[in-house]
Design a protein. Structure first.
Length: 147
């Protein structure tokens, strides 16, 4: 079976199962790392390579035609954020913006990662602003990750 066809099968059947509900996760770096490791193990297995073969991840991704899972996670999160922002202010789905933003006393240590903080860091990374969400075509073009 051609490697590109295996990649297409991965993109249509396996990756959606991996990324189910990712648009609602408050993603930490450890989650991204585990997802990346799982993805690369599957892609290496599909190509017939082991880690002992010392083939670079970028080379395997290029052969199979698959974008990094971290980028696809970001795209999914930002697509959902755009959908939420285009809804009217009184829509129930807009309540997600307020989750975790209440002023409550918190304990010592690092602040907990919230969905809103993750989305803001994603937008900063891609150079997007919230005003772009109102224009769906521009927003989608800005967050799109090519395979």
């Amino acid at each position: 079976m051609p490697t590109r066809l295996k990649g297409k099968f991965y993109r249509t059947a396996i990756r959606p199962a991996l990324l189910y509900g990712v648009e609602c996760w408050a993603v930490k770096q450890c989650h991204i790392q585990k997802m990346s490791v799982a993805e690369m193990r599957m892609l290496r297995w599909m190509c017939g390579h082991t880690r002992k073969d010392r083939v670079r991840n970028e080379t395997i991704r290029q052969r199979v035609g698959v974008a990094p899972i971290e980028d696809k996670m970001r795209e999914s999160r930002l697509r959902w954020f755009g959908h939420v922002r285009r809804r009217p202010c009184d829509a129930p789905v807009r309540r997600v913006e307020m989750c975790g933003e209440e002023a409550e006393k918190r304990g010592r240590g690092r602040p907990k990662q919230t969905w809103v903080r993750g989305v803001r860091s994603d937008m900063l990374l891609l150079g997007l602003d919230e005003g772009m969400t109102l224009e769906r075509a521009k927003w989608r073009a800005g967050i799109r990750v090519e395979e």
